[in-house]
Design a protein around this ligand. Sequence first.
Ligand code: FO1
Length: 333
Amino acid sequence: MQKITVLSGGYGGATFLRGLRHALRTGLLPGADSSGEVEVTVVSNTADDLWIHGLKVCPDLDTVMYTLGDGLDTERGWGRRDETWSIKEELSAYGVEGTWFGLGDRDVATHLVRTQMMEAGYPLSQVTEALCRRWQPGVRLLPMTDDRVETHIAVADDQSPSGRRVVHFQEYWVRMRAMVPAEAVVVVGLEGSSPAPGVLEAIGGADLVVLPPSNPVVSVGTILGVPGIRDAVLATGAPVVGLSPIVGGTHVRGMAHQLLDAIGVEVSAGGVGLHYGARGEGGLLDGWLVDRRDAHHLPALAAAGIRAAAVPLMMTSPEATAAMAAAAVELVS
Ligand code: FO1
């Protein structure tokens, strides 16, 4: 049995996973052992989570669950397909704060089940397992931690004495469209959090660990920030391979650009690869895939000790993404 562990954020990570599953189903993955049995474990970011209207919403867990369970609205990139918005309209009619974060009627059912189970005392990992019994994503989906962790962003605000105000990541991303510079990224609760059950074993016991094209700051970065997880990646016997979320000098979707600026990392396929660092030099990567348009970064990556290759990295279809997954495995086999 081969074990592949993927540290995933939202849309980019989920789309990659759909391609990885396609590669496994079509036998495209090199080296999948004769049994063909490959178990994929996803360790998902949970710092995008928020409590709103009394409900616990877990965007990155739900995006993976809906994508692999074929319930995602792929146009929007989040939430359910065939969605209706009566609850959102009714909340707006009452003048309730927070309807800028759109909860569809079908999606609300997921949050009601999750909130009820958590209030009954079930940890997020068991709640996620229960929700996945319906969605059958075909992977083991683990939250990075069962503890409450939330990414907050400091933005300039000349109305406040400090000249800054702090907003929840979702308000920065959804309400403000990430249009203002992120002056600081603070992941509340991260230092005191601990890996959810099964996370360290999934990394330590993997035959391959993948950093998919998710946001390196607020998705992969936060997962690695849970005490113990970065060390587990550094220590695992598995090769660690990453795929750049930056293509041609900018993020493909999302807001990696603003957040890489916030932590002083060059917004490029090379910059993110060097940020993760080479395994031999105390960093994470044995291999790093960049898009063909970013092949000029290969020499710097090689000089840093990172085995890198340039391949098509646009996830335009499950087949294209499957080819990326195969290239990633190939690179570190
Ligand atoms: N993104 C938006 O741009 N607008 C929304 O109103 C919105 C609502 C929403 C509700 C549930 C959910 O799971 C995700 C939602 N998202 C929305 C996307 C969300 O901001 C992103 O999926 C991640 O947090 C970023 O990776």
